[in-house]
Ligand binder design. Structure first.
Ligand code: SF4
Length: 168
């Protein structure tokens, strides 16, 4: 079990107390691209597609703030993902419990809200080529986050994905 945890986690590069000074720029650009592509796909479903995409994207913030970011070491600081750690303190008090697997599940729920409308549009309209571009952007965002720019430099050592986490 310990071995599996180690394999999933990235290798440590740095320890950034905050992702300021453009340290989260690659993720910011990919997030903008991923958001924009999702919006472009959602507009294929008309005004309702655009409205529900934007609404669910907005709802994803209280979900990730309440379930994930308020338990994170980057609470109130710039973290790997724009508008998350740096904004949570404006809306929610600190969680006061260690960051663990439930926090990853809440983050997953937030990203589910962000992708559900584009995914429905891709499947219902057969927009598979655009769907592939969307999937590649989404994958690039997570690869950069988990393996390159985010987790390898993160100080949230309670997180199950953190390279500094000692147990599985
Ligand atoms: S280790 Fe990775 S997933 Fe966990 S809080 Fe840090 S950046 Fe986020």
């Amino acid at each position: 079990m310990k071995k599996t945890g180690k394999m999933i986690r990235a290798k440590r590069k740095n320890r950034y107390p905050a992702f300021d000074g453009g340290r989260n720029l690659p993720q910011a650009l990919l997030l903008v691209g991923f958001f924009g592509m999702g919006l472009w796909l959602s507009r294929l479903a008309g005004g309702w597609g655009i409205a529900s995409y934007l609404l669910l994207w907005m709802v994803s913030y209280p979900v990730i703030y309440a379930g994930t970011c308020r338990y994170c070491a980057y609470y109130g600081q710039k973290c790997p993902v724009p508008l998350e750690g740096a904004c949570v303190h404006r809306f929610f008090p600190p969680g006061g419990k260690p960051f663990g697997s439930p926090q990853l599940l809440w983050a997953l729920a937030a990203y589910f809200l962000r992708v559900i409308v584009p995914v429905i549009v891709i499947v219902s309209r057969g927009a598979y080529l655009s769907g592939l571009a969307y999937a590649l952007l989404f994958a690039a965002f997570w690869i950069v986050h988990l393996r390159i720019a985010g987790c390898p430099n993160c100080i949230n050592e309670d997180c199950p994905l953190n390279p500094g986490r000692s147990s599985s």
